[in-house]
Ligand binder design. Structure first.
Ligand code: AMP
Ligand code: GLY
Length: 424
């Protein structure tokens, strides 16, 4: 089987790493990939979707997997499918679940799926009136894609009004902010759940937890995610059951009823409030760094899961996961998440501990390769992933590996998985 992965992050590296270990996978392509994916397969420097579809046809690519949201929202799946190519991801219409927060919230309301009380509007007076009815903090969200920056948790009504004014005037996020969602603040713990969907059926992966803030103790600015672990003991069978019956099933049925069946990864951002899972948001692709800890926990072939999902064939598939835990610690560059940092050489020590060499690995993200040397190119550079029979064991292995990876300005959180360890 020949497979192409679109994207260039640690998420795409981690899928490629698993696929490259499967016998049935012959050739792997990454479009565009990064400085380390080139050691797993071939990087392809084509960004035009039509040209990429031509490439897929010419190279007999059996399956294309789309990593990030932007190409999905742009409609890359529709372009590939129109040519009879297999591609794993939602159509442009279904990708609106992530592409428009207004669409997503209205969908949740229409199908009675639990979510925070909200209003959507492009009128400042309406927005201000609704804000006055909510207790503080108040959550203000720009409608469109803002690379994870479009959510403001306003501590006062004045701050919420200011955020709304800036969004509606186009000052903060341009067109993406010309409509806003205002919603009540939910106080609980956050989870990331992933359902691999084929339009009708789905396979639910073990629940993960991300760490969005830059600094220990969940302080500092929001980031794309500074570390993740799975499965999390913060989820019990009752919560899984509620997520399946109250959120995933009605979402798949609702999307079918809308005439836009959902194929691909349904990423449910959940807040659990007093044991009740409430939908914060949907994304239509894997989380990063959640994907980096979930992929190595897969026992069944990843290629089969994605291929069957892309061809509407999940109903009889049985997927097994390792009875282990994964912990991933992100190593970011000095100026993340504010600005880019000048490239820095990455040095990985000779790993002599079997503990680390056998049970930990690196998923590379923001890296460039030059004459056999890897350079950190800014942002989130890589993820050190440890596996183990307990969260503690997996975490120790991830941090041991972190100690053996060096580049100027490297930055990590030291408390990944703290909520799980507090629970134990
Ligand atoms: P979103 O892009 O909607 O996931 O929002 C980004 C982050 O803002 C989430 O991961 C939460 O940490 C936080 N957030 C969003 N909506 C709410 C809410 N209604 N209550 C509390 N926190 C929220
Ligand atoms: N880690 C959260 C995300 O990928 O959006």
């Amino acid at each position: 089987m020949n497979i192409m992965i679109m994207g260039s992050g640690g998420r795409e590296y981690s899928m490629g790493r698993m696929l490259s270990q499967e016998h049935r996978v012959e050739q792997l392509y990454f479009a565009p990939g990064n400085g380390a994916t080139s050691s797993l397969g071939e990087n392809v420097a084509i960004d035009d979707y039509e040209a990429l579809a031509d490439f897929a046809r010419n190279k007999d690519i059996d399956l294309t997997i789309v990593g990030p949201e932007a190409p999905l929202v742009d409609g890359v799946v529709d372009i590939f499918k129109a040519r009879g190519l297999h591609i794993f991801g939602p159509s442009k219409a279904a990708a609106r679940l992530e592409g428009s927060k207004v669409y997503m919230k209205n969908f949740l309301a229409k199908y009675d799926i639990p979510t925070a009380r909200y209003m959507e509007t492009d009128h400042i007076d309406e927005a201000f009136a609704f804000i006055r009815t909510l207790p503080t903090p108040v959550v203000v969200k720009a409608d469109g894609l803002c690379a994870g920056k479009g959510v403001i948790i306003a501590q006062s009504h004045d701050e919420a009004k200011q955020a709304v004014s800036q969004m509606l005037s186009g000052k903060s996020f341009g067109d993406a902010g010309k409509k806003v969602v205002i919603e009540e603040f939910l106080d609980g713990y956050e989870l990331s759940m992933f359902a691999i969907c084929d339009g009708k059926d789905y396979i639910l992966l073990p629940a993960a937890q991300d760490h969005k803030r830059l600094l220990d103790n969940d302080e500092g600015p929001n980031t794309g995610g500074m570390g993740a672990y799975a499965p999390t003991p913060l989820v019990n069978d009752a919560i899984y059951e509620k997520v399946k019956t109250r959120i995933i099933r009605p979402t798949l049925e609702g999307m079918q009823a809308e005439g836009t069946p959902f194929e691909g990864v349904l990423f449910i951002g959940l807040m659990v409030v007093e044991g009740e899972p409430i939908t914060l948001e949907f994304n239509v692709r894997f989380g990063d760094p959640e994907c980096e800890v979930l992929m190595p926990l897969m026992k069944s072939p990843v290629s089969e899961l994605f291929y069957k999902a892309a061809t509407g064939d999940l109903s009889n598939l049985h997927v097994e996961f390792k009875k282990q835990y994964g912990v991933g610690v992100v190593m970011a560059s000095r100026d993340y998440p504010y600005s880019s940092t000048e490239p820095a050489e990455i040095i990985v020590d000779e790993i002599v501990h079997e503990e680390v060499s056998e049970h930990a690995h690196i998923a590379y993200a923001g890296v460039r390769e030059e004459d056999g040397t890897l350079y950190a190119t800014g942002g989130r550079v890589l993820v050190c992933v440890g596996l183990g029979n307990s969260i503690n064991e997996a975490r120790e292995r991830a941090y041991m590996l972190c100690g053996q990876v060096h580049f100027a300005g490297k930055k990590i959180r030291t408390d990944i998985a703290y909520q799980a360890l507090a629970e134990a």
